[in-house]
Ligand binder design. Sequence first.
Ligand SMILES: [Zn+2]
Ligand SMILES: [Zn+2]
Length: 151
Amino acid sequence: MCFCGHAQPFEQCCQLFISGQQYPDTAEQLMRSRYSAYRMKEANYIVQTYAQEKRNEHSEEEILLFANQVEFINLEIVDTGKDHRFQYVEFKASYLEGQQLSMLHERSRFIKEDGHWMYLDGELYPCEEKKVSRNDPCPCLSGKKFKKCHG
Ligand SMILES: [Zn+2]
Ligand SMILES: [Zn+2]
């Protein structure tokens, strides 16, 4: 299973985009591959898939800092949509910071540049943090106890 939640292995899914062998056909694919890039700490890909006007606002250092500080454990695509210029993807990405479980719940906006989907910006929904106890089921949904999995 790929990090993004698709059934195919990473090599046949998001890696194709991260390595530049293929371009995502849809904004959702791009979103998924950016999530996988966070998991793989492929900061360069994350920078390169920002829309042109946003690219300079993000550095690989800052992205790596975040990617190293948290552990993403689950991605859920809530909704996708489009209007004449943009595609939207609403997602929930759960991550751990030690025993603290947080979630990035965002409605992202994607735009096509030179025929390829790019991440433009997003609107964040407020999320509560939650502490995971050692004996709780792991929030990555592995079915194991937290202490035996991500704990
Ligand atoms: Zn994938
Ligand atoms: Zn786990």
